[in-house]
Design a protein around this ligand. Structure first.
Ligand code: URA
Length: 430
């Protein structure tokens, strides 16, 4: 087989065969294909797309380029995945709620990517927490406490790691077939047979509008089903940050507030994802029934207990679970004031995520980075007076924050009229 011919075929908008796609994926993961040639292949795919069969072929080849975890000896396990957002901490709520309802959750999470946060980084806020426990311990925890939350090991979907890095470097990122195959290859390799996808749309998401998010969700559901994974999707709005807290410590704080009973957009989305999963496995007949089970699990503090068990089972300290107010404290704060009066008609989620990312980059130590963040003191469509506090930067030791302050200020649009109403969940598909 010849890679140049395969690339020419795609550039001529012809369909690639299973063997041709495998030839590229296997060759590139074994370093038998150069970065330059791989870029040409990815560019051809990015510009000309892949049909459903080609996307499934690409997904399979990437999934099988690394280790495949077999969870059949543990029992029916659930996984969830968010396509990435700002202040999106639903995993820390969904995992213990489901476990408290007797559903096994084998959750493998990623690190922060660009402006989006990563659950693997957030759980490390708990001293001693081990994201890399062995497969044996992982399965043992699933059997004993119904939950486990680890970071994807280096051995999972090796080809995706290489291709993702290349896409990131070359800018060939926002292509639906490439995104769907990238996400699903990792989920297939992780072994759970029930999957709920939280597909985000809007300014803080990869998919900018609802229609493309729906298309991505449908494609990933089809891929999942073709690998015998019961896949559902919740399509949710990421035009605004999901909660008023951005940054590792602050986002864990916001999840713990929900586990202690606070109701807000974060709790609503988390409960809806739980309900979608419960409905997909026929534990409930309706989403309403699922939401009410999730609400009761939180109210009775069963989910909070499960959260403590999760942290302890992965060798973390629960001091910050029991004293979660400490997570909202930091060495230094800096207020941001409204530069005009009116309604906050828009909050730019993506740029706020980028600003917190820039802030973290000023520090080397994990504890300093974890302290970095932003509290939104005003919500979308709230009225503010000139000079009123709209946000508070949290940071560690003193640094020049002028550029970050400027960026954060530009994220708030203040107008005479209110902005559009915020619709959190647009559609749920099974
Ligand atoms: N997340 C992934 O894992 N892959 C993508 O391509 C986009 C988001």
């Amino acid at each position: 087989m010849n890679l140049n011919q395969i690339i020419d075929k795609k550039n001529n908008k012809e369909k690639l065969t299973t063997k041709e796609i495998e030839y590229f994926v296997n060759g590139f993961s074994k370093d038998e294909i150069s970065k330059l040639d791989a870029t040409k292949f990815i560019k051809a795919v990015y510009e000309n797309g892949l049909d459903e069969k080609e996307t499934i072929d690409l997904t399979r080849a990437m999934a099988y380029s690394g280790k495949i975890i077999d969870l059949s000896d543990v029992g029916e396990c659930v996984d969830k995945h968010s396509t990435g957002g700002v202040s999106d901490t639903t995993t820390l709520i969904i995992v213990p709620v489901l476990a408290s309802l007797g559903v096994k959750v084998a959750k493998m999470s990623g690190r922060s990517l660009g402006w989006t946060g990563g659950t693997a980084d957030k759980v490390e806020v708990f001293d001693g927490y081990d994201n890399y426990i062995s497969e044996k311990e992982f399965k043992q925890n699933l059997r004993q406490i119904d939950e486990c939350l680890i970071s994807q090991s280096e051995e999972i979907a090796i080809a995706d790691k290489k291709i993702y890095k290349l896409r990131d470097e070359t800018g060939y990122v926002d292509n639906i077939a490439l995104i769907a195959s990238s996400i699903m290859s990792k989920k297939i390799a992780c072994g759970a047979k029930i999957l709920c996808l939280d597909v985000k749309y809007g300014n803080g998401a990869f998919m900018k509008d609802f229609e493309s998010a729906l298309q991505l969700a449908k494609l990933m559901c089809k891929i999942g089903k073709s690998f015998d994974i019961k896949t559902s999707a919740v399509i949710s709005n990421m035009n605004e940050p999901l909660s008023k807290y951005i940054g590792n410590n602050l986002e864990v704080y916001s999840a713990l507030k929900v586990l202690n009973g606070e109701e807000n957009n974060l709790s609503t989305l988390s409960k809806n994802i739980v309900a979608t999963i419960l409905k997909s496995i026929h534990k409930v007949e309706s989403l309403e029934e699922g939401i009410s089970l999730a609400t009761n699990s939180i109210k009775s503090k069963s989910a909070l207990e499960k959260f403590k068990q999760l942290i302890l089972s992965q060798h973390g300290s629960i001091y910050k679970v029991e004293n979660y107010e400490v997570l909202a404290k930091c060495q230094n704060t800096l207020p941001i004031y409204a530069t005009s009066k009116g309604y906050i008609s828009k909050i730019n989620a993506r740029e706020l995520g980028n600003a917190v990312h820039d802030l973290c980059k000023l520090y080397d130590e994990k504890d300093d980075k974890n302290q970095c963040g932003l509290v939104l003191n005003k919500q979308k469509n709230e009225y503010v007076k000139l000079g009123e506090l709209i946000a508070t930067i949290h940071y560690s030791s003193d640094k020049d924050l002028s550029k970050i302050v400027e960026k954060i200020n530009s994220c708030f649009t203040i107008t005479k009229e209110k902005g559009e109403d915020f619709e959190l969940i647009k559609e749920i598909i099974f």
